[in-house]
Design a protein around this ligand. Sequence first.
Ligand SMILES: [Zn+2]
Length: 327
Amino acid sequence: MRRTRNVEQRTIKQGASFVGIGLHTGRKTTLTVRPSHDTGGIFFLRTDVESGNGLIAARWYNVSDTTLSTTITNNHGVSVSTIEHLMAALMGCGIDNALIEIDGPEVPIMDGSAEPFTSTFEKYGTVSIQAPRNAIWIQQPIEVCEGDKYALILPYPKQRITLSIDFPQAAIGSQTYSIELENEAFLDNIARSRTFGFTEQIKQLQRRGMAKGGSLKNAILVDGGQVINPEGLRFKDEFVRHKVLDAFGDLSLAGVPIIGHYYAHKAGHSLNKRLIQKLFESRAAWTYITVNEYEQMMGTTLDGEKSHHDKVSSETALHRIFSRSNR
Ligand SMILES: [Zn+2]
């Protein structure tokens, strides 16, 4: 399915349900992504929380834990964990607004990738909610680091992710991946890549009460130079592609797409959290812009197509953007 132009905010056309176990809790949950015609973004609602305080905004300021997965928590202490693959799927399918009902503490891991979500969203389709889609347009670099790990967002005219990893396990080693997220690029190249773990790590994690739901059905298991899964890999560089998926999911917690180049080495959920936090602290480094204004100004769509463009409309758009104060 080819998506329509992306200048308006969208929601899913009808509710989509998923049932599965959580990677870390091992608990079975049912999750339903419902349409929302409000412009508030993505919200989770814990339907099993009897106090009625189960609503959690899927935004960076609610990120409470980044140990192995991304967890968000509201002011009442109600959490939902391992949200990153679902968040990446929503953004990858152009779904800006939705209410996600879930009857437990962790998003089902499904097959370890975002594909079960994206294929359902693509099948059900999306509708415009007739509100302009906003974006964050990066003008100055934002940077965080920790030892030899780093993550940056650099000024760049599109949404681009470049990521490299370096693991001692020979089955992974050093891998780099770079992608411009336009058209179907996310769905074709990233969505199917699965999460991964290591045989030597599993027992340790399970002793700490994590990875309880992990199996060869929902993760790639690596033992030194070997991939244990009988079906092998979906891409020969599936590991780094999955890290791109995770980063895309984490970046979506900014609330709107980021026009800029996310460039990172060995970065995980914790560094991504710090990066978005720094982004919102560095308010002079970027501006909010509607995707429509941006495309008019650049004379090209964010999907990589030429738009009708003339010098006058571009100057008008620029004037509009810089004459108003940053929202
Ligand atoms: Zn992941």
